[in-house]
Ligand binder design. Structure first.
Ligand code: ME8
Length: 520
């Protein structure tokens, strides 16, 4: 039996079209899913859209459509984004689907049965944007208007009789869970913030709304819809069928191995969600990983500033694989990072075209021309050959170690450090200079280089699935020899294997705006 691995993105609000933050999260999660699949796991990867709540209703009103029309229209754009980015998701959940209504009703009943749900009048400072009530101490007044201190969103006083979840009863249990599972929340900074927050004390949480009808009805409570975050978080369980079809083929995926989310929604995932699950008697996810925010040249993207970047445009301009590589290499996963056109072009040209691309193109062209179009037979390995092969063979362990903590950027750093080393090896060994004097030595150098490229390509597949596949095609690596099981000495290239005529896989990026002058 293969080990299962269940990974999710946050589900996006379709009150607008997808932006680069959504694309970034989707790409990162896809890289993890692909990595684990290549490492032999039975992966289930879920993404989707979060379609209820006040924010959706208000946007729909402004646009003169129904919330469902708004959700249908924009959710279709998110599905398109998923395709454009080349995601390998196994399902796309929309919270307006019947399966989700059923699963949420079941979750509610379980929490109710556990004695954790009660009714009480409620008043508080409500932020429409955050869909959350704040304590007065969590708000501040500026120019006559009150704002939530943490998020800067406007809040207004709101009163209604709602159902409450007994969150206060979970403070100790949550703290015990964080203590016993130090990697439940990563990175550590986020974990520390959550622990301090919970230590300050948890208040019971209002979990139904009567002021709104665009939501999932509370069972046996006409007029009440569920607080959108109960509905939203439960998408992760809905998709497994655990609450509605426990014998089904996906039920074994729960609990999730990793929820990938942005840093603005850690509290919901690391405090509320585990408390709901404990109450409902369901196992907790193994990890909540919070990535940082992608900023446009250091500025937050916003419609009013006019610096919102359309992920579709970026894919068109740079190509899907290059964009995927850029985001994960440039933005340290778990921290904030910057996007700029110059930075993308630099990464494409330095890391892809010059580094990996050149190494592959130069070594494979030489093999094609000078070794009868087939992987050459190596002779005895020199100390230099052995050193670069060892460094390459060691990459699986290094990458695996990093990815145990979803350290995607560090895994890529590790691979590209050896790509650079292989370039130095190739340049220092000068196979082209040995063509006549020592063809056997040339063959060995080319074999060693091609073998390194094979492993780089296998390891690059999670980030650049198409380009890596092209590289593996150029090396004539059969489909069944492309998983991580073939890394290291287990999958060495076989001398005599015919290779096709090499084609460049990583073209240089040339700014189409730049005047086409002399070729450099
Ligand atoms: O929060 N950079 O939806 P959402 C990186 N529906 N990530 C960003 C980002 C940026 N500039 N902007 C947003 C929601 N994100 C809820 C989630 S989950 C049960 C419900 C991330 O559309 C954000 O942190 O506002 C979140 O993880 C995801 O995009 C969706 O954001």
């Amino acid at each position: 039996m293969r080990e299962k691995f269940y990974i999710t993105t946050a589900i996006s609000y379709p009150n607008g079209v997808p932006h680069i933050g959504h694309a970034y999260e989707a790409i990162a999660t896809d890289v993890i899913a692909r990595f684990e699949r290549l490492d032999g796991k039975d992966v289930f990867f879920l993404t989707g859209t979060d379609e209820h709540g006040l924010k959706m209703k208000q946007t729909a009103e402004r646009e003169g459509v129904t919330p469902r029309e708004l959700a249908d229209r924009n959710s279709a754009r998110f599905i398109e984004m998923v395709k454009t980015l080349g995601l390998s998701n196994d399902d796309f959940i929309r919270t307006t689907e019947q399966r989700h209504y059923d699963a949420c009703a079941e979750l509610w009943r379980r929490m109710e049965k556990a004695g954790d749900i009660f009714k009480r009048p409620y008043g508080g400072w409500y932020s429409v944007r955050d869909e959350t009530y704040y304590k007065e101490s969590e708000t501040e007044v500026r120019e006559g208007q009150r704002f939530a201190t943490a998020t800067g969103t406007p809040v207004e006083w709101n009163e209604e009789e709602t159902y409450f979840f007994r969150l206060s009863a979970y403070q100790d249990k949550l703290l015990a869970h964080y203590e016993a599972n130090p990697d439940f929340i990563l990175p550590a900074e986020r974990r520390n913030e959550v622990v301090s927050f919970v230590k300050m004390g948890l208040e019971d949480l209002s979990i139904s709304r009567t002021t709104l009808d665009w939501g999932i009805p509370v069972p046996d409570a006409p007029g009440h819809v569920m607080y959108v975050w109960i509905d939203a978080l439960n998408n992760y369980v809905t998709a497994t069928g655990l609450l509605t079809d426990p014998q089904g083929s996906r039920a074994h995926y729960w609990p999730a191995n990793v929820h990938v989310i942005g840093k603005d929604i850690v509290r919901f995932h690391a405090v509320y969600w585990p408390a709901f699950l404990m109450s409902a008697g369901l196992p907790l996810p193994k990890r909540v990983f919070s990535h940082g925010f992608v900023l446009n040249k250091g500025e937050k993207m916003s419609k009013s500033v006019g610096n919102v970047v359309d992920p579709f445009d970026l894919v068109k301009a740079y190509g899907r694989d290059a964009l995927r590589y850029f985001f994960l290499r440039e933005v340290m996963f778990g921290q904030d990072g910057n996007y700029s056109a110059e930075a993308i072009a630099n990464r494409i040209n330095a890391d892809l075209a010059n580094n990996l691309g050149n190494l592959a193109q130069r070594s494979l062209s030489m093999i094609f021309k000078n070794c009868d179009g087939a992987i050459p037979q190596p002779g005895a390995f020199s100390a230099e050959d052995t050193a670069i092969l060892n460094a390459t063979d060691a990459l699986y362990e290094a990458a695996r170690g990093e990815m145990d903590r979803q350290a995607i950027t560090k895994y890529l750093d590790a691979v590209w450090a050896v790509v650079a080393e292989a370039n130095r090896y190739f340049a220092a060994e000068e196979p082209w200079a040995k063509k006549k004097a020592d063809p056997a030595r040339m063959a060995t150098i080319l074999y060693v280089t091609a073998e390194c490229v094979r492993q780089f390509a296998i390891l690059a597949q999670p980030v650049m699935p198409e380009s890596a596949a092209k590289l593996l095609d150029l090396l004539a690596v059969p489909a069944e020899a492309r998983t991580f099981a073939s890394l290291g000495s287990a999958g060495r290239l076989k001398a005599g294997t015919a290779i096709p005529e090499p084609q460049g896989v990583f073209p240089r990026y040339v700014d189409p705006e730049e005047p086409k002058g002399k070729k450099s």
